[in-house]
Write a protein that binds this ligand. Structure first.
Ligand code: ZN
Length: 214
């Protein structure tokens, strides 16, 4: 029977998820022609019908200058102005493929995220994909069910713990009950996250990254 080693420990703050950050994809910029020197584009991130943030992206020869505005809470404020380097690699069938060089770790990435004041890559932002959280939730559910089966108790997140098996110490019994409660707590917490994510995904159906040429 596993311990409580995996998953989030009490008091540890949940990590931010990728979909909460504002992505800027270098391939979208390239397709829109926004990487041609001196091109200037306004990118907007919207959600729920309102513009969340916008950025003026000005292209240089091997970089873009991003003037980023966070428009949430109805307050327009200049959050940051930042230059991000662009590097081009040649694909196997020719053709240059552009990359951002992450301003923090200088790795080549296709997407940088504007979470907080500064754009950088997913790793530097400490962002996790939603699916990683989902997996943690499913793992907790499976472990809870395994524990219930091993104890001969009814399985299910809403099932009551059963009797103490004969010959088992009371201390062990209560430890296992505590472990089960923790797993169920973790599982339902992730289920709530998934519900929120589903709602956001629905809202995003109407969302898009609008490109307004200038
Ligand atoms: Zn990075």
């Amino acid at each position: 029977m596993g311990g409580l080693g995996s998953g989030r420990r009490p008091g540890e703050r949940p990590r931010r998820k990728t979909q909460d950050a504002l992505p800027l994809d270098v391939r979208h910029l390239a397709r829109a022609g926004a990487l041609s020197p001196d091109a200037e584009f306004i990118w907007e991130w919207s959600s729920g019908g309102g513009v969340r943030a916008s950025a003026v992206v000005r292209a240089g020869v091997d970089n873009v200058a991003i003037a980023f505005q966070d428009l949430r809470q109805g307050v327009t404020r200049e959050v940051n102005s930042q230059r991000v380097r662009i590097e081009r690699t040649t694909g196997p069938v020719g053709g240059a493929r552009p990359w951002f060089l992450c301003p923090d770790c200088e790795r080549r990435v296709a997407i940088i995220y504007g979470a907080g004041l500064w754009f950088s890559c997913r790793t530097c932002k400490g962002l996790v994909y939603a699916s990683q959280g989902q997996n943690a939730g499913m793992r907790a559910t499976r472990r809870a069910h395994r524990l219930q089966r091993a104890m001969g108790w009814p399985a299910g997140l809403f099932a009551e713990p059963g009797e103490k098996p004969r010959g088992m110490h009371w201390r062990t019994y209560w430890r296992i009950r505590a472990e089960l409660a923790a797993l169920i707590g973790e599982s339902t917490e992730h289920a709530q996250d998934r519900l929120k994510m589903a709602n956001r995904a629905l809202a995003r159906l109407q969302d898009n990254i609008a490109i307004v040429g200038r």
